[in-house]
Design a protein around this ligand. Structure first.
Ligand SMILES: [Fe+2]
Length: 192
């Protein structure tokens, strides 16, 4: 069931017109699959997943900063050990059976979405390349589609990750902590 946002999220800051640049696209990577958990905004199996619990929220907007209703969001990420719940992930990193790692949401009538998850771990792609923690998003509206990745502002690994570093306007991909919430909450708006 899609959980619509209630009062705690009503104070989301409004995007200004200067924020209306399209969010930079990022690669889908090898670990995408169609989420089987449809319209479930909890990846943590009711908090049983291992790792630091976080909430992520934001808006899906068009290039005039108008909210997009009923956009579909496919969201996927590694668990806290840096392991994807995907058969193509051959790493020996630990699995977590309480962490789904894939979900699909719909933006509500104000273009908003939110979900509960854990901070993803980093993972090694090769001897010399480790991905900084990130969450993948594929957003589909009636007219448009955008695939991108969200990063965690302030993580020192971001600058060492060339997929992040080589992206123009990459500060638009860094989610900030919203300190108005008691629990660790990140805000990430996506402009498609
Ligand atoms: Fe990834």
């Amino acid at each position: 069931m899609l959980l619509l946002l209630s009062t705690p999220f009503a104070n989301q800051t409004k995007a200004t017109s200067s924020d209306c640049k399209k969010t930079p696209p990022q690669s889908k990577g090898p670990f995408y699959k169609v989420p089987s958990k449809i319209f479930n905004n909890d990846m943590t199996n009711n908090g049983k997943a291992i790792g630091k619990k976080i909430k992520v929220y934001g808006k899906i907007l068009d290039n005039k900063c108008k909210p997009i209703t009923n956009a579909s969001l496919d969201i996927w990420q590694a668990n806290s050990f840096g392991k994807y719940n995907h058969k193509a992930d051959l790493s020996r990193s630990r699995k977590d059976n309480d962490f789904f790692g894939y979900m699909r949401l719909l933006s509500n009538e104000k273009g908003e979405y939110n979900f509960n998850t854990i901070l993803p771990g980093s993972y090694k792609v090769s001897k010399d390349f480790t991905r900084t923690p990130h969450i993948h998003f594929k957003v589909t509206s009636k007219q448009k589609q955008l695939t991108t990745q969200m990063y965690f502002k302030g993580n020192k690994m971001n600058k060492k990750d060339f997929l992040f570093r080589n992206t123009y306007n990459n500060n638009a991909l860094e989610a900030s902590i919203d300190e108005s919430f008691r629990n660790l909450t990140y805000k990430f708006d996506i402009i498609i």
